[in-house]
Design a protein around this ligand. Structure first.
Ligand SMILES: CCCCCCCC/C=C\CCCCCCCC(=O)N[C@@H](CC(N)=O)C(=O)O
Length: 345
């Protein structure tokens, strides 16, 4: 929400200054982003495609200036998400014969389903650490760590098993190394003395970039291992392709350049994977350069306020957000050639 307001406010500031862009900019604000973007972003994307539009790159929400997420890493760093996890909303259902609660059967629909979802919760999907943006980011961050972590991260060929175990210890970094399993809905029963005929539970999986919808469904069925349980896929999509982050990647380099200018205290800009989902996934037909970055600091303690209690942004952080977008639009307009990569920021 704050990012949307900041985009509009930055545009207003540009208009006040009679700014006339040289290249075309599209501002796409979907009204249904929190519920998958099917009627917003998906339709905007189809309309742009019908008009023959191809985009140099897209910038959306989904990652931050991360502060304190990795133990021993003293300084914050900017993570620009060049991919995002896939997702499955899976509904499990058990149908049993209803009856009077005074003489219950050995197992009820609720009991069978509760045991199944508990098995899913207690059996994490496999740790897939080993490649992609996360490994690149850790290697880029290696020199920011004190000894011996710097040696460990510079030699992932040797220390990969150790690092992947350490990442599992924290629930946020754990989300980067595996497909996550979140039980989000459970419905059954309408009366205190009736054995319910139906029990339903919904599980929200976020799929690691190294897995697919089909692989995760197979794993989930193997874990549940109960023929009485029906599987209904409510909706699902595979992890998103990895956008380029090399020296020639215009969108990535423009973000890096603007981060460097607006946040001079940040030494490292690294590619990463967004653990949530964004509307940008509906735009893969228009560009291969999709970057997710919200120019605000995020600390682990504020992570739980996202979709949680007292979600907020400080006035100062909001002002910086506006400044970033104001500068970013002008940087993107200034020169269509990629900005050379500076190793020493
Ligand atoms: C190198 C290690 C650093 C690890 C730090 C990872 C920190 C990740 C921080 C934040 C991720 C926040 C997720 C962004 C939210 C995306 C927006 C959203 O809520 N989307 C919804 C709805 C949808 N569009 O599908 C969602 O359910 O994901």
């Amino acid at each position: 929400m704050s990012l949307m307001c900041a985009i509009l406010q930055a545009l207003e500031l540009l208009l006040i200054r009679n700014y006339i862009p040289q290249r075309s900019f599209f501002i796409a604000l979907g009204h249904d982003e929190e519920v998958s973007g099917v009627n917003g972003a998906q339709k905007i994307s189809a309309l742009l495609q019908a008009r023959g539009i191809q985009l140099a790159f897209i910038v959306d929400e989904g990652s931050f200036l991360l502060d304190g997420f990795i133990p021993n890493l003293q300084k914050p760093f900017a993570m620009v998400a060049v991919s995002e996890k896939g997702a499955i909303n899976l509904m499990l259902q058990v149908n049993m014969t209803p009856g009077h609660s005074s003489a219950p059967p050995k197992e009820t629909s609720i009991g069978i389903l509760a045991a199944a979802v508990s098995r899913l919760e207690q059996t994490p999907m496999p740790n897939m650490f080993g490649g992609g943006p996360l490994k690149m980011a850790l290697q880029q961050l290696a020199n920011e760590f004190p000894f011996p972590a710097n040696i460990v991260l510079s030699n992932l060929w040797l220390f990969q098993p150790l690092v992947s175990r350490l990442m599992e210890r924290n629930y946020i970094t754990n989300a980067l190394v595996r497909t996550t399993t979140a039980l989000t809905m459970f419905n059954a029963g309408v009366k205190v003395n009736v054995i319910p005929p139906v029990a339903q539970a919904t599980i929200n999986f976020r799929i690691h970039p190294a897995q697919t919808v089909q692989e995760v469904l197979k794993l989930a069925k193997d874990i549940v291992a109960d023929d009485r349980i029906q599987f209904h896929v409510l909706n699902a999509f595979d992890p998103l392709p990895v956008s380029p982050s090399d020296d020639q990647a215009l969108g990535y380099q423009l973000l890096r350049q603007t981060i460097q200018s607006v946040f001079p205290e940040v030494n490292i800009v690294a590619p990463g994977t967004c653990i949530g989902n964004t509307d940008s996934r509906h735009y893969t037909n228009l560009t291969t350069g999709i970057y997710r970055f919200n120019p605000i600091y995020l600390q682990p303690q504020s992570f739980s306020s996202i979709h949680g209690i007292n979600e907020k942004i400080s006035v100062q952080a909001y002002e910086t957000q506006v400044k970033f977008i104001f500068e970013f639009i002008q940087n993107a307009d200034a020169d269509p050639r990629p900005v050379p990569h500076l190793h020493e920021l």
